[in-house]
Design a protein around this ligand. Structure first.
Ligand code: SF4
Length: 84
């Protein structure tokens, strides 16, 4: 799970993930509605570029992305709740 209020699209997760779960892309408009004021300001400042989950089924729950993210934006969740 990616905390949209924290992600700044720095791509550390893309670099460390062995199974290419993430891509960097523009956060869709419909995903911005629930953001905090700080989250909206950060999103705007970074051109809304964030880590997007392109291949959730490829996740092997190794935890590298959780450790690598400088914003502590990633947590692992059970598969039935969506992962990472
Ligand atoms: S926990 Fe999953 S998404 Fe994160 S680096 Fe490992 S395989 Fe990739």
């Amino acid at each position: 799970m990616i905390d949209r209020n924290r992600c700044e699209g720095k791509a550390a997760c893309v670099a460390v993930c062995p199974t290419r779960v993430f891509v960097i892309g523009v956060l869709p408009q419909e995903a911005r509605g629930g953001l905090s004021l700080r989250g909206r300001l950060k999103g705007f400042a970074h051109g809304w570029k964030q880590a997007l989950i392109a291949a959730p089924d490829a996740c092997e729950a190794c935890g590298r992305c959780v450790t690598a993210c400088p914003e502590k934006a990633i947590t692992l969740a059970r598969r039935d709740a969506g992962s990472p």
